[in-house]
Design a protein around this ligand. Structure first.
Ligand SMILES: Cc1cc2nc3c(=O)[nH]c(=O)nc-3n(C[C@H](O)[C@H](O)[C@H](O)COP(=O)(O)OP(=O)(O)OC[C@H]3O[C@@H](n4cnc5c(N)ncnc54)[C@H](O)[C@@H]3O)c2cc1C
Length: 423
């Protein structure tokens, strides 16, 4: 291998080196195959779906053939059995090549991770466990066998997605299932997913709405009463096609419960890292902004003239600062995803908020600095940097752990122990 090949190899290397971060062999192999899939399949399609704000459904079909739709489905059910951390690292690799596809993939995979490894960690009665295992097999079979795609609409435009109040989308118990009514905004994969994994509140006649009665239902996209409305022409993450979903008297059979009654509430309160899964995409975008800058300043970016700009001290300082930010982001995030578990300590939860905040803010800060450092020719639409910049801007807006909410909780929970008041 000559020096130039070595450089190329470095730029293509995994974000988290297997030896340096002590990854297991199987874990590293899975992450590596995601990285190669991202370079081969996502990268060449990213610009088109971004320009037209269309969903990359053909990529999801290819993910099915590669087994990636089933990455977090237990091996016993025909999946790849990836752990939470392995999934996060694989998703970061996809995020390097197309933020929108990685983010949409997260919505799909989370539905299998939450019902899989995460649910295995939760306290359930013997009956609940048996019911859950039987029902999830149905969903896993659709994904493994037919390549079914699931999405995860929980945002409603009110305080529910931040965890403050019960979801306004309601499921009324009826014979054999539920009658669902409501609205979800920013539903990534709208019009593309086969099933919408909807969070809603079970509410019988005369009952009040309570977060404890949150239900997690898989609603078939073609069920009567489901519609997709509104347009989708956002700043970034355009390929997620996150339009509005309406549910009008939709009948959902009981078997479509993705978790038994009460278990979603238990998950949200005892497995908080479940909400950190939006961050891997943005970890990948942070790395992509850095990689772009190094390749561009070296005069090695495909599609640009081989002009070197690396000899200017100001460029070197900028890259040094970017490297410091990237290493800080990687270190904190890797620690947070490595310690995800049921009933984490207070420090672990605060670290997860800090990691989410850091990844979301730094991905965009790195992209902004990349544009300033590389200069005008680097932000043309023919190159990926301006898309990385726009996509990365969306990270800190993602509920339930927006950058503002992370800061809010970090400040309050660092200064107050549970139950403490000032009076
Ligand atoms: C590209 C993209 C894809 C998305 N995909 C999905 C998806 O698939 N499924 C899904 O459910 N959602 C999805 N979302 C939605 C996202 O998670 C948010 O729900 C959405 O951005 C909220 O927008 P809003 O203006 O209604 O926020 P608002 O609820 O109005 O909040 C505005 C801001 O106020 C702050 N805030 C809100 N509540 C509190 C609080 N209690 N305490 C302190 N601060 C608070 C937050 O910082 C928030 O950013 C997506 C968003 C984007 C940008």
């Amino acid at each position: 291998m000559n020096a130039r090949d070595l450089d190329r190899h470095d730029a293509d290397a995994p974000i988290f080196d297997a030896a340096a971060f002590r990854l297991g062999r199987g874990e590293a192999d899975l992450i590596d195959s995601a990285r190669r899939f991202g370079a081969r399949v996502l990268a060449p399609r990213a610009a088109l779906h971004d320009r037209d704000a269309t969903f990359p459904i053909e990529t999801f079909r290819d993910m099915h053939s590669e087994g990636l739709l089933a990455i977090c489905i237990p091996e016993a059910d025909g999946g790849l059995g990836a752990s939470y951390r392995t999934y996060c690292l694989a998703a970061a690799e996809l995020g390097r090549f197309c933020g929108a596809t990685a983010l949409s993939w997260n919505m799909h995979v989370s539905s299998t991770l939450w019902t899989g490894a995460l649910a295995d960690d939760l306290m359930m009665t013997v009956e609940e466990r048996a019911e859950h295992n039987e029902r999830r097999r149905l969903h896993y079979k659709r994904i493994v066998g037919d390549g079914a795609v699931y999405s995860q609409p929980f945002s409603e435009g009110g305080a529910a997605a931040a965890g403050g109040v019960a979801f306004g989308t309601e499921a009324k118990p009826v014979d054999g299932g539920f009658r669902v009514n409501g609205k979800k905004i920013f539903a990534s994969l709208s019009g593309a997913a086969d099933y919408y994994g909807v969070l809603c509140t079970e509410r019988g006649e005369g009952e009040g709405a309570s977060r404890r009665n949150t239900l997690y239902l898989a609603i078939p996209a073609d069920a009567q009463g489901v519609s997709v409305v509104g347009d989708w022409d956002p700043l970034g993450m355009r390929g997620t096609v996150s339009r509005t979903l309406l549910f009008k008297d939709v009948f959902v059979p009981e078997d479509e419960m993705l978790m038994p009654r009460g278990v979603y509430f238990r998950a949200a309160t005892s497995w908080p890292h479940m909400f950190l899964t939006l961050s891997p995409t943005y970890m990948g975008l942070a790395q992509a902004a850095y990689d772009f800058t190094v390749a561009y300043l070296r005069g090695e970016l495909p599609g640009t003239p081989p002009v070197k700009r690396r000899m200017y001290p100001t460029k070197q300082i900028a890259v040094a600062e970017m490297r410091v930010t990237l290493e800080q982001t990687k270190a904190l995030w890797f620690q947070a995803i490595s310690e995800a578990r049921a009933n984490p300590t207070k420090d672990q939860v605060l670290r997860a908020y800090a990691a989410q905040f850091t990844v979301m803010e730094n991905a965009n800060a790195l992209a902004a600095k990349a544009i300033r450092t590389c200069g005008g020719q680097a932000m043309l639409r023919s190159l990926s940097l301006e898309r990385i910049y726009r996509d990365s801007r969306c990270g800190s807006l993602m509920l339930p752990w927006t950058a503002e909410i992370c800061l809010d909780r970090l400040g309050r929970e660092s200064l107050y122990e549970a139950g403490e008041k000032d009076e």
